[in-house]
Design a protein around this ligand. Structure first.
Ligand code: F6P
Length: 380
């Protein structure tokens, strides 16, 4: 148990938004107040709010009516690593500086005894660094990508899958009506979970993943075979992080201020261009690509994510009460458990966004093998 009883907790959300964030916030606030009688403050805009001492007092009313809503009432930022913060020096040039002491002092002044931090690998890396500084930290993993190691599932993932499945259902109608090849590009960074599970649910004929580099000739062969069998359309679900056998990922832009600066995008268009060149003389088919984009991160939170978010949030506050700091809530075989944050993000230097290694798809996993068994091609 804690030597110093907890009276006030802080809460922040970092990284990209996703469905279920508000459900976690609601669960944390309600558990903190109703079960433990804690006060709660929420920092606005993630670590940015912690640095600028921008916070709101949270009560039951603050979290009323937000359960099902996507996004986060506390706002997010994916650029504010306070251990390596982009500031201007005297000459007006940008330099990286450790400004975490300011945040530390803000927490002290506010009387915040423990901090619940909700985020993906970048946010959790800073959580690790605050824990090293002596802040009592509990982490909750968040991302639609489902790539955070040491947990079976992150909230937001299943809602994103629903969007992908429905988009693929829609795209099928155009593919069929126009005898076309239609591509849906989905998010996921360097992990293919969204493309794999969404593609399988949405009945994609071809799924391209970062974990299985594709041979465009093999992808084309699958489509030609279907065409010659009488299925004159094909639908592909393509991960933004997929890459050709002898090539690399498609980068959309570099966000200098972001700790993880590479933004992927354009893989679908790339595959469309390569495929159309091969297919036109054989089947005459046109190839079109749609990028589902941020639709995957928004919308109404689905049933699964509402419940898992609630479990994540309540368990995190239980961890605070039990003095389990420097740890993250995780799901193992449908049980809530704790894992050291260092195990999740790695034990790199302070300020360094060290990815403990993303959780990626095993090309020999049951799900990939099931997809292959029903004829889905992966371009390998
Ligand atoms: O990590 C979540 C995610 O949505 C990825 O799937 C995607 O590559 C990235 O964030 C996009 O980030 P941004 O919001 O900076 O464009």
């Amino acid at each position: 148990m804690n030597e110093n009883p907890i009276k006030k907790i802080g809460l922040l959300t970092g990284g990209g938004d996703c469905s279920g964030l508000n459900a976690v916030i609601r669960a944390v606030v309600r558990t903190a107040i109703l079960k433990y009688n804690y006060e709660v403050v929420g920092f606005i805009g993630g670590y940015y709010g912690l640095y600028h001492n921008n916070y709101i007092k949270m009560d039951l009313t603050t979290v009323s009516g937000i359960y099902h809503q996507g996004g986060t009432i506390l706002k997010n930022s994916n650029k504010d690593n306070l251990f390596s913060y982009r500031v201007k020096d005297e000459d007006g040039n940008y330099v990286k500086k450790d400004v975490s002491d300011v945040a530390y002092q803000n927490l002290k002044n506010l009387g915040v005894d423990a901090l619940v931090i909700i985020g993906g690998d970048g946010t959790l890396t800073s959580a690790r660094d605050f824990a090293r500084k002596g802040v009592k930290v509990v982490g909750i993993p968040k991302t639609i990508d489902n790539d955070v190691p040491a947990t079976d599932i992150t909230f937001g993932y299943r809602t994103a899958l629903d969007h992908i499945m429905l988009a693929l259902d829609s795209i099928h109608t155009t593919a069929f009506s126009h005898d076309r090849v239609m591509i849906l590009e989905v998010m996921g960074r360097n992990s293919g979970w969204l493309a794999l599970e969404g593609g399988l649910a949405g009945s994609a004929d071809v799924i391209l993943l970062p974990e299985i580099p594709y041979d465009i000739q093999k992808v084309a062969k699958k489509i030609v075979d279907r065409f010659q069998r009488g299925s004159k359309f094909s639908v592909l679900c393509v991960s933004e992080g997929c890459k050709p056998l002898d090539g690399d990922v498609t980068v959309k832009k570099i966000v200098e201020e972001s700790p993880d600066s590479v933004r992927l995008g354009g893989a679908g268009e790339q595959v469309a261009m390569l495929l159309e060149k091969i297919l036109k003389p054989i089947t005459g088919q046109e190839v079109r690509s749609t990028n589902l984009g941020y639709i995957q991160r928004g919308g109404v939170t689905n049933c699964f994510d509402r419940v898992i978010s609630t479990r994540y949030g309540t368990y995190a506050v239980d961890m605070v009460a039990q003095g389990e700091f420097g740890k993250m809530v995780a799901v193992h075989h449908d049980k809530m458990v704790t894992v050291p944050i260092e195990e999740v993000v790695g034990s790199g230097e302070v300020g360094e966004t060290s990815h403990g290694g993303s959780k990626v798809v095993d090309p020999n996993s049951d799900m990939v093998l099931a997809a292959k068994a029903i004829g889905v091609a992966f371009g390998d």
